[in-house]
Ligand binder design. Structure first.
Ligand code: ADP
Ligand code: NA
Length: 327
C-alpha cells in the first residue's frame, strides 16, 4: 500500500573520498537511473552533532551538492534538498523522541563509540538516530540504502514505526535496509582500516577533488606487501586486494579478469595501471564538479527547488501525524 521509495542522507563534510563514492553515491545514481523514486538529503543538522565552523558550512553544503550532481544525481529525477530547510523533519523528530526511550538510544553502538571520549555529551549526539528516523519517516521511505555501520540505526527506525503505527494507525511503512554491494574500500596507507575522512593522513584517501598527479602519487605509495605478484586475496593481502577492489569498481571488470590482465606485472607496475584507470574514471567527475562550483547560483536554485518538493511531501505526512496525535 506504500509506494516504493528510497531515501538516503549524507553529511556536508566537504571532500568526498572513493569509499563514499563507491560505497554510497554510485549506488544512489544506479537506483536513480533505474527509474526508482529516490530522495537525497544533505543532512546539515546531523553534522551539528559535532562542532562545525559556521563560516565554512555554506560552502561545504554547495560542495556536496556539486559533488552529487557531478557524480550523476539528476535533480529532475531525484529530490535533492538540504535537511535544515525542511522543518517538518525536526517536528517529526520531536514526536518520535516522545516514544523513544533513553535505554534504547543509550545501547546504540555508534553512540557508545562517539561519546566514549567526551566529558560532556551533547544531547544531539544521543538523539541523532531519532532525527535519522524522522528523515526517513517524513518521506515515508520504504527502502534505505545504508552502510553496514548504520544497520542498528535503521532497526531503531523500524521499531519506532511499529510503535507509532500500533498506537496511532498505519501511517508509516516499515523501512527496509539496502546494504550496498560494494566491498569496503580500505585506507591506502593502513589497509587494515577503512578509507575514512576522519583519517588524519590525507595520503590514505583518494578524494574526488584530488588532481591527477596527486592520485597517481597516492596510489604509488599505497601500502602493499612483500609478494610482487598481483593476486586477489582480500583476507590475507589487504593492500593489493584493496587496489584491485577499487580498480574493479571503477572499470566494471571482475577481480579475476584484472588479475589475469596483470599477469607478469609486479605490484609496482600494476599500481601504474590502477592509477591510469582511476584517473580515467575520475577526471570527468572532477571536471563537472569544478564547473558546478563555478556556478553557485545554480546550486542554490537546485537546493531551493528540492526544498519545495520536500516540504510538499513531508507536510502531507505531518498533517496526518498531527491529526493522529490529536494536536
Ligand atoms: P566517513 O567514514 O569517511 O566519515 P561516512 O561515515 O560519512 O564516511 O559515510 C558516508 C557514506 O559512505 C556511508 O554510506 C558509508 O557507508 C560510505 N562509506 C564510508 N566509508 C566507506 C568505505 N571506506 N568503503 C565503502 N563505503 C564507505
Ligand atoms: Na564516519
Amino acid at each position: 500500500k506504500f509506494p516504493k521509495k528510497y531515501f538516503s542522507g549524507i553529511q556536508p563534510t566537504g571532500a568526498i573520498h572513493l569509499g563514499n563514492y563507491l560505497g554510497a553515491i554510485v549506488q544512489w545514481v544506479k537506483l536513480q537511473d533505474a527509474g526508482n523514486n529516490l530522495t537525497l538529503s544533505i543532512v546539515d543538522l546531523h553534522s551539528l552533532t559535532i562542532p562545525q565552523k559556521s563560516l565554512e558550512l555554506p560552502q561545504k553544503i554547495l560542495e556536496m551538492t556539486a559533488t552529487l550532481l557531478a557524480c550523476g544525481i539528476d535533480p529532475q529525477k531525484t529530490v535533492l534538498f538540504q535537511q535544515s530547510t525542511v522543518p517538518q523533519h525536526t517536528e517529526l523528530y520531536w514526536y518520535l523522541g516522545c516514544i523513544s526511550t533513553m535505554a534504547r538510544l543509550g545501547h546504540l553502538p555508534q553512540f557508545k563509540e562517539k561519546s566514549a571520549n567526551l566529558k560532556d555529551i551533547p544531547l544531539g549526539l544521543f538523539t541523532y538516530p531519532v532525527l535519522q528516523a524522522a528523515d526517513i519517516l517524513a518521506h515515508k521511505a520504504t527502502h534505505v540504502p545504508v552502510g553496514e555501520d548504520q544497520l542498528q540505526h535503521l532497526q531503531l527506525s523500524q521499531d519506532l514505526v511499529r510503535m507509532f503505527n500500533s498506537r496511532y494507525g498505519n501511517i508509516f511503512p516499515i523501512p527496509k535496509s539496502l546494504v550496498t554491494e560494494t566491498a569496503r574500500i580500505r585506507s591506502l596507507r593502513e589497509p587494515e582500516k577503512k578509507m575514512s575522512k576522519s583519517d588524519t593522513d590525507s595520503k590514505s584517501c583518494i578524494y574526488l577533488t584530488d588532481t591527477e598527479d596527486s592520485i597517481t602519487k597516492k596510489i604509488k605509495k599505497a601500502v602493499t606487501d612483500f609478494t610482487s605478484e598481483v593476486t586477489y586475496d582480500p583476507l590475507n593481502r589487504l593492500g593489493v586486494s584493496n587496489l584491485i577492489t577499487i580498480h574493479s569498481a571503477l572499470t566494471g571488470k571482475s577481480p579475476e579478469a584484472i588479475c589475469k590482465e596483470a599477469k607478469g606485472l609486479n605490484t609496482a607496475k600494476y599500481k601504474d595501471v590502477v592509477a591510469a584507470d582511476v584517473n580515467h574514471a575520475l577526471a570527468p567527475i572532477r571536471r563537472k564538479l569544478n564547473e558546478y562550483l563555478e556556478d553557485p547560483q545554480y546550486l542554490l536554485d537546485v537546493l531551493n527547488s528540492g526544498k519545495h518538493k520536500a516540504i510538499d511531501i513531508t507536510e502531507k505526512t505531518l498533517t496526518e501525524v498531527r491529526y493522529s496525535l490529536g494536536i
